[in-house]
Design a protein around this ligand. Structure first.
Ligand code: AMP
Ligand code: ZN
Length: 497
């Protein structure tokens, strides 16, 4: 915060545990500890995955703007995530290594690097700490040893958690769903469909690329165990907020909660956390973003055919247009994706940058004005963002602030700077020219486009409409749409579809 009064609106956040919006109270006053389930690095992150991190970044930026000292951890899952979230199938990393004929470590390094590039391109703040699952195997074994006697049983395939040994198993998902779990490939000998692997033993005679010795034999940790252990190790339990996509509300997070309940039972559960869930869940808030969907449904890595941020950039779309698209919907609503919708977001971003630019010119020309209403503006912004991160209303409010010609331009710029510290769109530093990224496969350069448009202007001036139309059609065939009379003054744009 700058010289204006600090924001005072109570921060209201939807807690999936109670399925209601609650007022955020940090465990340690003035601080906020946040853990976000990170990517499984067997492939590139798709736009849906990245929506999850735009959401956590908005949460983190909001907490920081409201004055909390934020510690944010994102993990990298490089072992343990099976092709089915509920313990069936192959390890995604082992499977990718086989298909791509590479070592798992190379696969993990490549896709981790790619993910960090996506994060930077989307102006998502680096977490205070990245934790890598394979760095925590000894801690995972220690955690499992502690809960095993009372909560686990051993089968030839591994060590399994008995989901009936904790109170209210599956409450986060809205209750135990044995019917859903029964549809998942059964594991021979599991006592209940919702029981899950804490440790998976390497199959006899098979050497896996990633395996460790443990009291239950050579093998690898279960995916759910990782997040319980890494969040405990880095943030301590209970911490404030655990985030993930809404798919995690059904299996991964209920299983983390069950493990946390088991682990802490011996140290006294914190019954005050949320009355809806008996015992200790590990985090006070469990928050989930909804899906990004396209024509084929939920965008998903395993389904293939997904869109990456790299491919958008290759097509000439600035990554912050995708960030703006994410912010234009509430994080708890489904968000539809298509080239057209993205094109609209890009235009909206351009329009905002043009307005900020005019405001900057005005501020230079007319440094003095009559009123300073920053406080009132910021209060409205505070109310919107504190209302469970209502970024779509905040974006609408940005347009209002930009258009308030009765307010001193420099005051409006100050307010926008603060709002943008939460939106992360670089509204005050990005220029319209920055948005013009040359598509990788463009068969035409910007200079050629401009030359063709000059030729077209000359033809129109001579009333030679046949030539003018032919030039427009030839540009269209090369993916360039001529935009006559565009209100933003853009003469052309590249077709994004
Ligand atoms: P993964 O790399 O599959 O473990 O997923 C990383 C994050 O992306 C998790 O928080 C998922 O819940 C989330 N996620 C996966 N698919 C989507 C989607 N289509 N829309 C939004 N979030 C998603
Ligand atoms: Zn996780």
């Amino acid at each position: 915060m700058t010289d204006t009064a600090p924001p005072t609106a109570p921060l209201r956040l939807f807690n999936s545990l109670s399925r209601s919006v609650e007022t955020f109270e940090p465990i340690v006053p003035g601080t906020a500890r946040v853990y976000s389930c990170g990517p499984t690095v067997y492939n590139y992150a798709h736009l849906g995955n990245l929506r999850a991190y735009v959401f956590t970044d908005t949460l983190r930026r909001t907490l920081a703007w409201k004055g909390y000292d934020v510690t944010h951890v994102i993990n990298i899952t490089d072992v343990g995530h099976l092709t089915s979230d509920a313990d069936a199938g192959d390890d995604k990393m082992e499977a990718a290594a086989r298909t791509q004929a590479k070592s798992i470590w190379d696969i993990a390094a490549h896709y981790t690097q790619a993910f960090k590039q996506n994060i930077a391109d989307l102006n998502i703040l680096e977490p205070s700490r990245w934790t890598v699952a394979t760095d925590y195997v000894p801690q995972m074994i220690a955690f499992a040893e502690r809960i095993a006697p009372q909560h686990c049983y051993e089968l030839p395939t591994g060590l399994y958690f008995d989901s009936t040994t904790v109170p209210d198993y599956g409450a986060l998902a809205g209750g135990r769903d044995d019917a859903a779990n029964a549809r998942i490939d059964p594991v021979e000998g599991k006592r209940h469909p919702s029981d899950f692997a804490i440790w998976r033993k390497s199959p006899p005679g098979e050497q896996r690329q990633m395996e460790w010795d443990s009291p239950w034999g050579k093998g690898a940790p279960g995916w759910h165990l990782e997040c319980s252990v890494m969040s405990h190790d880095t943030l301590g339990h209970p911490f404030d907020i655990h985030t993930g996509g809404i798919d995690h509300r059904e299996i991964h997070h209920p299983n983390e909660i069950a493990q946390n309940q088991a682990f802490h039972a011996c140290c006294g559960g914190d019954e005050s956390i949320t009355p809806a869930v008996a015992g200790f869940t590990g985090a006070r808030w469990w928050m989930h973003n909804n899906f990004l969907v396209d024509r084929a449904g939920k965008m998903s890595k395993s389904k293939g055919g997904f869109t990456t941020l790299f491919s958008l950039i290759d097509r000439g779309v600035h990554p912050l247009a995708y960030r703006l698209l994410c912010l234009s919907a509430h994080y708890r609503s489904e968000l539809e994706f298509s080239g057209e919708i993205l094109g609209t977001a890009l235009t909206r971003l351009k329009r905002m940058l043009m307005a900020v630019n005019s405001l900057r010119n005005l501020a230079e020309k007319k440094p003095d004005g009559n009123s300073a209403q920053s406080a009132a503006f910021l209060n409205t912004f505070d109310a919107e963002i504190s209302n469970d991160l209502n970024t779509s209303n905040v974006l609408a409010y940005v347009d209002i602030v930009l258009g308030r010609s009765d307010i001193r331009p420099s005051d409006r710029l100050d307010v926008l700077a603060q709002i943008d510290s939460v939106l992360g769109l670089n509204l005050l530093t990005l220029t319209r020219a920055d948005l013009r990224i040359r598509p990788n496969d463009a068969t035409i350069t910007e200079t050629e486009i401009e030359a063709e448009l000059d030729r077209r202007k000359a033809a129109r001036a001579n009333k030679d409409f046949a030539t003018s139309d032919a030039i427009r059609d030839s540009l269209a065939s090369r993916g360039v749409e001529v935009m006559d009379g565009d209100p933003l003054g853009w003469e052309w744009k590249l077709d994004l579809n």
